[in-house]
Design a protein around this ligand. Structure first.
Ligand code: PEP
Ligand code: MN
Length: 337
């Protein structure tokens, strides 16, 4: 439920409503917009006595929210959330481009990629040190040594780093290095992990599961938000369908739908959505045209030698070409780069 306050509601009116909500056993979440204040009411699913609230001074309207996600919902927070990551604004009119290798493989591989993507215009560096591999025999990532290399690459380029966390036990070690925790598709509904990152104040990049609905993605975001961490980005990365010619099927619908349902920044990952490097540029542009706030793209200096996801990795010069094309597209869809 949300309580929409009148345009001229006083601070005392707002306080009185918050007190009333809390004495009824619910939590009140304030969203102070430029126009008016909205008070979100969350708690268990028992119906709230809305008529009592409607009578309080300064209250314009009490509205029930039908969606099961609350803090993630645009009804709760009508304005776009903008997250500042080391001074890089994420979620506003400016597009955010995250690029880098699937996995951190070595110092030279990471630094070469980091410098190249920075030069091309990327805003942040990605790279997995703990990798969720389908096979237990495949390369599992460099672990903490990989995190140290990411920190070195950040030092060298100034790019904030995005890296995956797979287990609640590694939230604290990864938190010593990461600017953004990535939660991968396979862990979208790892509820202990969502709860653990929800207790931190490090931004979270939450990817949609290959078989998760858009609503389930936002319910997963809700776990993190409910824990007190309000800095969540969501990412469409392709879903599993009957089509086998591509690694996944990019659900382009999800992008405008997410923008409608949530205030959180919405990203797209054309690399994992297609699995093919030559499909990345056209689908990346489609995602931006559809309203995505940013992209995450895999780049490797020698894709043929990559230890993971080489087939979907762009060479640095191809990534640079894509950024140039996106700079032409962005203003046509009302965005900046
Ligand atoms: C990745 O970003 O390298 C990754 C494993 O992505 P996803 O979780 O979307 O499969
Ligand atoms: Mn990958």
């Amino acid at each position: 439920m949300i309580i929409v306050m009148k345009h001229r509601a006083s601070a005392a009116d707002i306080d009185a409503v918050v007190k009333q909500v809390e004495t009824s056993g619910y939590k009140a979440h304030l969203s102070q917009g430029t126009e008016r204040t909205i008070i979100g009411v969350v708690g268990d699913d028992r119906p709230v006595q809305s008529h009592n609230l409607e009578m309080l001074s300064g209250v314009e309207q009490v509205v029930r929210i039908l969606q099961p996600f609350k803090l993630a919902s645009r009804d709760f927070h009508p304005e776009d959330t903008v997250i500042s990551v080391r001074g890089v604004p994420v979620g506003g009119p400016r597009l955010t481009i995250i690029a880098g290798p699937c996995s951190v493989e070595s110092r030279s591989q990471l630094l070469e990629t980091a410098l190249a993507v920075k030069e091309a215009g990327a805003d942040m560096l990605r790279g997995g040190a703990y990798k969720p591999r389908t096979s237990p025999y495949a390369f599992q990532g460099m672990g903490e040594e990989g995190l140290e290399l990411l920190a070195e690459a950040r030092e060298a380029t100034g790019l904030p780093i995005v890296t995956e966390v797979m287990a609640p036990e590694t939230v604290s070690v990864i938190g010593k290095y990461a600017d953004i925790y990535q939660i991968g598709a396979r862990n979208m509904q790892n509820f202990p992990l969502l709860t653990a990152v929800g207790k931190t104040r490090i931004p979270v990049f939450l990817k949609r599961s290959m078989m998760g609905t858009v609503q389930e993605l936002l319910m997963a975001a809700e776990y993190i938000l409910a824990g007190g961490n309000r800095q969540v980005m969501v990412c469409e990365r392709g879903i599993r369908t009957f089509e086998t010619a591509t690694r996944n099927t990019l659900d382009i619908n999800a992008i405008p739908l997410l923008k409608k349902w949530t205030h959180l920044p919405v990203f797209a990952d054309p690399s994992h959505a297609t699995g093919k490097w030559d499909l990345i540029a056209p689908t990346a542009k489609a995602c931006i045209a559809a309203g995505a706030d940013g992209l995450i793209i895999e780049v490797h200096p020698h894709p043929a030698e990559a230890m993971s996801d080489g087939a979907q990795s762009l060479k640095p010069e191809r990534f640079a070409q894509l950024v140039r094309e996106l700079r032409v597209l962005a203003p046509a869809v009302g965005r900046m780069m």
